[in-house]
Design a protein around this ligand. Structure first.
Ligand code: NDP
Length: 278
């Protein structure tokens, strides 16, 4: 179906009230004067299939999907990008005029773009990385770091078996290590990433001691609630560069916006302020 009126997109998830995506895309729609709407689509799991299949018929250009649909949505896609296939999950779906439902995963792209924007010229080739966490978000981070040329990724997770599974999946550049050694592993790495939910509001702290990290180490947290986690505060206190996780959320949204609304949007301070409700 070709859109003749306003262009439509949205975000499917359950629950959905907490999602910042409507505010994010709403800011861009206004800023670029696009005739379109981006709406929250709270969808119960048992209703997902029917709702998803109805959206193109209602004129939607595409949707973001969030928890708990990121993996299952691949069953309904007719074209899956290499990175979404490798990660095993998608967050950006486009309904093409020829009926193709294209699935992509832009979380890893958002992760890398955020680092590049904050530290111009940054590349994963700079040295080994330490990644903490082996859940869904960690898979996107690992995939993006590997495709950006990371020579080695030391992977630490509370449940060691999940780190071992990711080594088997992503290959030998992933080196699983013991959870209890994580503070020793900050030595000699170019990048440290918290990809767990630790440090998030209502969760325990990560408890990673950064004092052995070298002065050039870049520290980033994908948690963005709070924006300044204990990990980032500790990094700044030690004089290390620290990048918060909000930029990852902002950058991952850009490819979808471009596909659905036809404008490549910018991630800037105004967008950050709008999403934070400032
Ligand atoms: P998952 O549930 O898939 O994974 C959670 C991870 O956190 C696992 O590695 C888990 O370890 C670890 N973890 C949880 N609780 C503990 C604990 N008490 N002690 C030690 N480890 C723990 O979640 P996601 O990967 O989807 O999300 C992780 C975080 O990333 C969330 O805070 C989410 O908001 C954020 N995120 C941010 C994005 C952004 O754009 N900035 C994008 C996506 C996610 P174990 O395997 O042992 O259970």
């Amino acid at each position: 179906m070709t859109a003749t009126g306003p262009r439509l997109a949205g975000v499917m998830g359950w629950p959905i009230a907490h999602s910042r995506s409507p505010r994010l895309h709403g800011h861009w729609l206004k800023r670029y004067g696009v005739d379109g709407f981006y709406v929250p689509l709270g969808t119960r799991p048992q209703d997902f299939e029917r709702a998803f299949q109805t959206l193109p018929k209602l004129g939607f250009q595409g949707v973001n999907v969030t928890l708990p649909f990121k993996e299952t949505v691949l069953e309904y896609a007719t074209s899956i990008s290499d990175r979404a296939a490798l990660i095993g999950a998608a967050n950006t779906l486009t309904f093409r005029p020829d009926g193709v439902v294209a699935a992509d995963n832009t979380d890893g792209y958002g992760f890398i773009e955020n680092l590049r924007q904050q530290v111009p010229g940054w590349k994963a080739t700079r040295g080994p990385a330490l990644v903490i966490g082996a859940g869904g978000a960690a898979r996107s981070v690992l995939s993006a770091l590997l495709s950006d040329g990371a020579p080695e990724i030391r992977l630490v997770n509370r449940s060691r078996i999940r780190a071992d599974i990711l080594r088997d999946h992503f290959g030998k550049r992933i080196v699983p290590q013991d959870w209890n050694w994580k503070s020793d592993l900050v030595r000699d790495v170019a990048l440290i990433v918290n990809a767990t939910s630790l440090g998030m509001t209502g969760q325990p702290e990560l408890s990673l001691n950064l004092s052995a990290a070298g002065p050039e180490t870049l520290v980033t947290d994908i948690v963005y609630q709070p924006l300044e986690t204990d990990l980032l505060r500790q990094a700044r206190a030690l004089g290390l560069r620290a990048v918060d996780g909000l930029g990852m959320l902002l950058h991952q949204a850009a490819p979808g916006f471009e596909q659905w609304f036809g404008v490549r949007p910018e991630v800037d301070a105004d967008l950050r302020a709008a999403v934070l409700g400032e």
